[in-house]
Write a protein that binds this ligand. Structure first.
Ligand code: LLP
Length: 434
């Protein structure tokens, strides 16, 4: 079996014919909770985190889980209990952190469009740092904090103009992207921040993109950030921490991103060589902590053979798994039960487009997939579905969002109930009159 058939191994593995997540048979979860169903392996998340923890052993460092990747409360609990802080991009995410028992002091607030109300609430909660993305935002944050008699802790997000060599929708550190303050304008922005009484400059940060599978963009970005640290400090503004963002890719389809500990050994060697090894370090990984910890289990509703295409219509759709429709992303798809009989083998040659019930041709989950002797009623697992799936799920076509289960060894916990159609219109109001 090629290496990429089961991304996430050994946490997703076949035992005899059946697919397991840790020690739980996925078919058993589907029988109990129905489909579509997301299941996450706690051990896989902690294993991914451990690679970063090894990379930073002995350093003054904090890992901020970028919760946009998967903001389910139980997932946040796992990372909060493991000592992580959080990277957030909305006040809603801060409220989730608090609901999951996380400490706002360990939270950094990124994003290009923070509102005054969000700033006020984050300041009242005692947030750790605002990653400010423009000079206009610096002025507004200063006003908001001053009016509250506070000084907002700030770091400026630098746009280093480095190509992360990833999908254009998920690169963020290029000149043409909306994120961060341009490299050339950064020193002036820091001078301004230091002069504003409502702000307290604490650090610098940069994040260049997502699903990065090469180490060179990180090394280039670090050089550029460290050049800036030197220039900013020469301008009289000391920086306490350096935040290198997230973005490390995962194996979806034989991708070979560097391991977090190996990557950080290289980055830390560079940091030390340039004399900044003593700074507080922060990072914001999302996908690499949760992506391969999750699977989405879906039932085959119909097979629809055709002249040009065979369709395998399943009960999960683009509202549950938006990445293929949005980025033409690849997710491996595995039958929950491998078919061993002769009839199955004979049908092996057929390839299917795996599609959902939503009324759009863009509603596809996988194209040209060999699914063995798949039949209606079979269960399939869409792999690498722990990141940017449930957190981007929608109610399109008035489909309730899927249920979620957290697997821990041989145990499983339902951590999100399946939404009913009524849940999806609970906040709507009818017009008055007859
Ligand atoms: N920090 C900042 C400021 C970010 O914007 C992001 C992701 C992260 C950290 C975490 O990046 P990660 O380690 O997860 O790559 N929906 C897209 C991915 C969007 C990423 C947005 N920013 C997808 O499904 O591929």
């Amino acid at each position: 079996m090629p290496h990429n058939d089961l991304p996430g191994r050994p946490f997703v593995a076949r035992r005899d014919a059946d697919l397991f997540l840790e020690d739980v048979r996925l078919a058993d979860l589907a029988a109990t909770h129905g489909t579509p169903l997301f299941a996450y392996s706690k051990a896989s998340m902690l294993d991914a985190l451990a690679a970063y923890q090894r990379g930073f052993a002995g350093r003054n460092a904090r890992i901020h889980y970028a919760m946009k990747a998967n903001s389910s409360l139980a997932v946040l609990q796992v990372f909060a209990r493991a000592g992580c802080g959080f990277d957030i991009v909305s006040i809603g995410e801060l409220r989730r952190v608090v609901a999951a028992g996380g400490d706002p002091a360990t939270v950094i607030f990124s994003g290009v469009g923070k509102t005054r109300a969000e700033m006020r609430e984050a300041l009242s909660a005692g947030i750790g740092c605002f990653n400010v993305e423009s000079t206009a935002e610096l002025e507004v944050l200063h006003e908001v904090a001053s009016a509250m008699g506070l000084r907002a802790p700030v770091s400026i997000r630098v746009n280093p103009n480095v190509d992360p060599q990833t999908h254009p929708y998920i690169s963020t550190g290029l000149k043409g992207n909306k994120f961060g303050v341009a490299h050339e304008e950064t020193v002036d922005a820091y001078r301004r921040a230091a002069a504003l009484s409502g702000l307290r400059v604490v650090g610098i940060d940069c994040h260049i993109g997502s699903q990065i599978t090469q180490e060179s963009p990180y090394l280039d970005a670090m050089d550029k950030v460290l050049d800036l640290v030197a220039a900013i400090e020469a301008a009289g503004v000391p920086l306490h921490h350096i935040d290198f963002g997230g973005g490390l890719g995962i194996d979806y389809r034989g991708d070979t991103p560097p391991a977090a500990d190996a990557l950080w050994a290289k980055l830390l060697a560079k940091l030390d060589a340039r004399g900044y090894g003593d700074r507080q370090l922060m990072i914001e990984p999302g996908r690499s902590l949760v992506g391969n910890a999750g699977v989405c289990v879906t039932e085959v509703l119909y097979l629809k053979p055709g002249e040009q295409k065979n369709f395998c219509i399943v009960d999960a759709a683009m509202n549950d798994l938006p990445r293929p429709a949005m980025y033409e992303a690849f997710h491996a798809i595995e039958p929950l039960r491998a078919v061993a009989d002769d009839a199955g083998a004979a049908r092996d040659a057929a390839v299917f487009d795996v599609v959902g019930p939503i009324c759009e041709s863009g509603d596809w989950i996988g194209r040209d997939r060999a699914l063995g002797g798949v039949r209606a009623g079979d269960l399939l697992a869409v792999l690498s579905a722990g990141a940017y799936c449930m957190s981007m799920a929608s109610n399109y076509n008035t489909r309730g969002r899927a249920a979620e289960v957290l697997v821990d060894g041989g145990q499983s916990h339902l951590v999100r109930e399946r939404e009913t159609p009524e849940d999806t219109f609970r906040h709507e109001r009818l017009l008055p009159g007859a």
